[in-house]
Write a protein of this length. Sequence first.
Length: 394
Amino acid sequence: MRLPDLARPLILSTLTLCFACADNVQRAGEPSVTSQGTVSLSRDASRPRVPADTVDSLVAVRRATVMDTTPIRARPAPPVPVRSRVTSDSTASRDSAKPKVPAPLGPRSGDRHPAFGDTGSPLDSLWPVKGPAPLPGSILPAKRIVAFYGNPKSRRMGILGELDPDVMLRKLDAEVAAWTRIDPSTPAIPALHVIVLVADGFPGPSGKYRTRHDSAMIEKVYGWARSRNGLMFVDLQVGQSTLQAELPWIEKFLVRPDVHLAIDPEFSMKGGGIPGRRIGTYDAADINYASRYLASLVDRYKLPPKILVVHRFTPKGVTNTREIRLDPRVQIVMDMDGFGPPWMKRDTYWRDIKSEPVQFTGWKQFTKRRNDQPPTPRGDILRLWPRPLYIQLQ
């Protein structure tokens, strides 16, 4: 049967389109000849993997704080590269040409959490931070500091005050020995981290929502630290006061070569808020001020380099971190101060510490299960990259 003349062009066009589609399907199965380079962000593969070890069950306190509710969001996954044909002239291996699936955050992250150093996180290449070489007498990065935190006048602020001194110091000895045993390449040294300026929920005589503790109490803690050939950190919670007003008050201790400084943004109420009702903040300018103050003491009294510990567990806890200036006379530690199950603490470490490099890093370990459920094993802490060089137990 002959087709009408008007139908022939339509049928021929349809057949042509079908052949073209079939040709495209066949070509889609062939490898593309387009070449796309990949960037390899690697770190020293020779670092040994450390065995898991569980933190001893210590007696400590609940931390009076406001829990951060800022959601942790994973970075968007990079586009999958076009599959390229590997030739004899290619410098990339077949394995490196395969796209990597980004490591997850959250409770299901497991061993692939990007805070760990063996998951291929692009942030790994940011560490160690390029900064001034350590001066003679510097403690970091050759040593790891293991510190007990609190105030001897309170059993509710940390292990330093909750236990009798002899018991507390024996536990400190055991903790230091455990860290040296699990990572002998970085020997641990003991420290006592005492809150000498405590933020209050009421104005007090000064109207600044903070209380200065007496020198006799500080001297007592200093004597305990000296009995272990350890360090002492004096911690400032300024409330509605300022670093400019409080540092001169504590200077008589900071001029000692084995006494260092810690500042807590959580209780820096710049906007006039009440400590404990909201989370405070420090800016890079505040940290630079504290660093310059310590550097001036190093020069004036011919001291070894000082350490400045800055607690942090929220994105807004420290602002403008890129503006923090490094000085060889002062070594800065950004201490991950959050609590919760291990995956949640790793999320915080990744977001607030690893993603915003300053210099050295720290990790706070709570010793009550209602704060850390359960405590993060030492072996998992040592899998973090960068590895924390300041371990604080509260």
